[in-house]
Design a protein. Structure first.
Length: 91
């Protein structure tokens, strides 16, 4: 997936400050992947979690500045989709 490819690219070297920023970005992306996996499992089980959808939307929005425009776009799409699903469910 594009998110996984971006994570791998971010783990490449750089200056200490750059590595710290990348590590933070990787951690945020891993969190999003975990939330997405939990959401997928909920859909498959027929139990959609509004709390998980909300956490997903907030995590994507609060991911901080991302240097990679493709990754920033993925975060925006995740957030938008989660907000649309919440709106459909009246939240």
């Amino acid at each position: 997936s594009a998110l996984l490819s971006a994570l791998i690219a971010l783990q490449a070297g750089g200056a200490p400050d750059e590595r710290a920023r990348r590590a933070q970005t990787v951690e945020a992306a891993k969190n999003l992947l975990d939330l997405l996996e939990g959401l997928r499992e909920g859909y498959l089980d027929g139990q959609l979690s509004l709390a998980r959808l909300d956490r997903l939307a907030r995590a994507a929005e609060e991911s901080g500045p991302v240097a990679d425009p493709a990754l920033a776009e993925i975060y925006a799409q995740i957030s938008l989709r989660a907000r649309v699903e919440l709106a459909k469910l009246g939240r």
